[in-house]
Design a protein around this ligand. Structure first.
Ligand code: NDP
Length: 244
């Protein structure tokens, strides 16, 4: 079994790569800027788990790069069984201050990237008549919008919509599901002040942000045979929300 995790070098993606390795799944770690983190993670996995690891630099928003990445994986392994569309970016800023260029960059990475990877990996999954795709959206796409992330929230709503299309288009061979995390302790939230974190914690029934592993375990479950009848589902993993 081979799993491609986009943005697999850091944060939630890194935890997903580790959880797959623990489950004896070979992992392909895609990254964009941070090569060192990808190489170190690959080294760690090779030392600790009996699986194969590959690292590939690729901007998921660029079609030629995605096509090359997918070819590189199939040349090496002959298959891709699992795709996790995890790569994502967020740039806080008020709606009135955002330029179309900034807005489109978020859409291109988060939504177009999910489309492109699903398109090229999906072709292989359809040929082999098996596969699982897990998309990473966000509770921001559902009901917990953040005032400074209109582009991000729209991109993540698009990921949910795309999940339904992919599940339809690739049925019955490929199961496609979507995870919507709430707040997670990663670099994406490193600029939040202590006061902001405390305020957000008050809105979460469990009273804290998630550890990345807590998202990763749900993703690996969805990609496993244990979830053999879970398809086209949007699953929130946010500790429960309260009015705060
Ligand atoms: P991080 O900022 O920690 O990591 C982002 C990852 O995406 C990195 O691996 C980065 O690679 C990769 N990436 C960014 N741009 C590209 C690109 N153009 N092509 C390929 N890879 C790219 O984010 P998180 O781990 O927190 O987030 C992971 C996913 O979870 C995202 O989709 C995010 O929207 C979602 N999410 C996160 C939440 C949170 O609270 N953290 C909440 C809800 C959803 P590199 O380092 O090489 O640039």
């Amino acid at each position: 079994m081979v799993a491609l995790i986009t943005g697999g070098n850091r944060g939630i993606g890194k935890s997903i790569a580790l959880e797959f390795a623990k489950a004896s799944v070979n992992v392909v770690i895609n990254y964009y800027h941070h090569e060192q983190e990808a190489l170190e993670l690959a080294e760690y996995i090779r030392e600790h788990y009996d699986v194969e690891v590959m690292t590939i630099a690729c901007d998921v928003s660029k079609e030629e790069e995605v096509e090359m990445m997918v070819n590189q994986i199939t040349d090496a392994y002959g298959t891709i069984d699992i795709l996790v569309n995890n790569a994502g970016i967020c740039r806080d800023g008020l709606l009135l201050d955002k330029s179309p260029r900034e807005f489109l960059r978020i859409l291109n990475v988060n939504l177009v990237g999910t489309f492109l990877c699903s398109k090229y990996v999906g072709k292989i999954m359809l040929e082999q008549k098996r596969g699982r795709i897990v998309n990473i959206s966000s509770t921001n796409a559902l009901d917990t919008y953040y005032p400074e992330s209109c582009d991000y929230d729209a991109s993540k709503a698009g990921v949910i919509s795309l999940t339904h299309n992919l599940a339809q288009d690739f049925a019955p061979f490929v199961r496609v599901n979507c995870v919507c995390p709430g707040w997670v302790k990663t670099d994406m939230n490193q600029d939040l002040s202590v006061e902001q974190i405390q305020k957000e914690n008050r809105k979460i029934l469990l009273g804290r942000f998630a550890d990345p592993e807590e998202i990763a375990k749900v993703v690996v479950f969805l990609a496993s045979n244990k979830a053999s009848y879970v398809n086209d589902s949007i699953i929130r993993v946010d500790g429960g929300r309260c009015s705060g």
